[in-house]
Design a protein around this ligand. Structure first.
Ligand SMILES: [Zn+2]
Length: 476
């Protein structure tokens, strides 16, 4: 069994991305690589009898290197816990992924701590014992993890273990996101292994399109939208402006935009900035209510070299693409609370995108009851999340344990989805010769996406397609 592959997360689900590769070389040396170390979220946690984030399924100290695809929490969120539990090897990432992880993991640690404190308080109130397990990890666990990061740029083949070379290509998903290409020499043969990470879009955004990559023998591919086409992409400016005019100008309501702090928030600000530069944006206050989004915007400003060429040209005329008259970046909790009292039409952009955490929950609790208001969903909401419930048309939802009536409109805009739909996934794969791909694993999807994409691939001549279960080991 010289080389094997095991998914320990994002297997049959969209979150918790974690894939192990075990290499047994003919000279007797063995290596273990972990691809991503993501957190399970939404129903993957809620419906489980035991929190899947508390058991990796392998011994952290047995892993030699960790290779990151990108900074999203469902791909990076358990890195501090992995290190706290004994992993000591290097963590490879692109420079932007490292920079984003710095702020995201600190933020995630804070969320773990406050969620735990909340659970303790709630238990006490109800006369129950405090939960036995502490937070998943805490703030002190973050910097030891960050110290292990080593950066590798796109398209720079680097030997990360004896006989194992890593090359990143731009996946066009979020800033710094990469597809992972490993050339694994086990002493007998070289296996060309590719992991998609999350595949981005072929639409007109800040970031360039996903790039082509060398032929692989084994491919692990995400399928978030494996059974779906995004609605034809209208011009983002026109669509977003229509919602702003409808809700805020005609309806005099508030437009809440729950958005990932990283990626989506900057894309939306970029669209609003364009509208503002073109004189089309009405004078409405825009609040970016997320300290993480503010820090992330700073990180993005520091990596303008990763923007696509046309956007880099715009920077010559407008050096700040995320700021325009009327926008306020809200850092403090006090100012955030004051926004509850704002009666005038406004736009509030706040995390999290799936509406499971962050300040958006306060704004939703405060605004969902008023039919003048609207929530604009701009990204994927995993099943079971508050975002998914609203998109499914729930009349009542629970926020902070309290029932909240939903009278506000729930709108959706697909332009900002950071995940390619099934046709974009196919386009990303079009650089591959199906006959040369010996094996394909489909991950990072729910049943519909996984099976839908498997059918589609089969119809296009791809073969040997497997949907792995968590912990199932495959020889390559
Ligand atoms: Zn992602």
């Amino acid at each position: 069994m010289p080389i094997s592959f095991t998914s320990h997360g994002a297997a049959g689900t969209v979150t918790g991305s974690k894939h192990l590769i075990d290499v047994e070389r003919t000279d007797g040396r063995t290596f273990r690589l972990l691809l991503d170390c993501g957190m399970f979220q939404g129903e993957a946690v809620r419906d489980a009898r035991h929190d899947p984030n508390r058991t990796f399924g392998f011994e952290p100290s047995s892993v030699d290197v960790l290779v990151m695809s990108h900074a999203h929490i469902d791909h990076s969120g358990l890195v501090p816990r992995l290190v706290a539990e004994g992993f000591q090897g290097p963590i490879f990432a692109t420079p932007a992924t490292r920079d984003l992880c710095t702020i995201m993991l600190a933020d995630s640690a804070h969320i773990q701590e406050t969620d735990y404190e909340y659970d303790v308080r709630r238990a006490r109130k109800k006369g129950r014992l405090a939960p036995e397990d502490g937070p998943l990890y805490s703030t002190e666990d973050v910097s030891p993890a960050m110290e292990l990061f080593q950066v590798i740029d796109y398209a720079e083949p680097t030997e990360i273990l004896p006989g194992i070379t890593l090359t990143y290509t731009d996946a066009g998903h979020i800033l710094g996101s990469a597809a992972v290409h490993l050339d694994i020499d086990d002493g007998e043969r070289v296996l060309r292994f590719t992991f998609s990470g999350d595949v981005g879009r072929y639409v007109d955004r800040l970031l360039p399109e996903p790039v082509r990559f060398r032929q692989a023998d084994v491919l692990v591919c995400e399928t978030t939208y494996g059974d779906r086409d995004h609605a034809p992409v209208a011009e983002a400016e026109a669509e977003l402006l229509k919602h702003v005019l409808d809700v805020c100008v005609t309806g005099r309501g508030k437009l809440l935009i729950p958005a990932f702090s990283i990626g989506k928030t900057q894309e939306i600000l970029y669209t609003l900035n364009t509208l503002s530069n073109e004189g089309r944006m009405p004078r409405i206050p825009v609040f970016v209510d997320s300290p993480l989004a503010i820090s992330a915007t700073e990180v993005v400003r520091g990596h303008t070299d990763l923007f696509k060429a046309e956007v880099r040209e715009e920077l010559l005329k407008d050096p700040d693409l995320f700021s325009f008259p009327g926008v306020e970046f809200v850092r403090t909790a006090d100012r955030s609370k004051q926004l509850n009292g704002v009666k005038e039409p406004c736009i509030i952009i706040a995390a999290s995108g799936m509406m499971e955490a962050g300040r958006i929950r306060h704004h939703l609790r405060n605004s969902l009851g008023d039919p003048a208001n609207a929530v604009l969903a701009v990204g994927f909401c995993a099943p079971g999340t508050l975002g998914a419930q609203l998109l499914d048309g729930a009349n009542e939802v629970s926020i902070f344990g309290d029932p909240v009536q939903v009278r506000a409109r729930v709108l959706r805009m697909e332009f900002y989805s950071a995940h390619g739909d099934r046709n974009e996934l196919l386009r990303w794969l079009s650089c591959q010769k199906p006959a040369q791909l010996k094996r394909i694993f489909l991950v990072h999807g729910v049943d519909r996406g996984l099976n839908g994409f498997k059918e589609l691939l089969t119809s296009k001549g791809y073969a040997n397609i497997t949907i792995p279960k968590r912990g199932q080991r495959f020889e390559l």
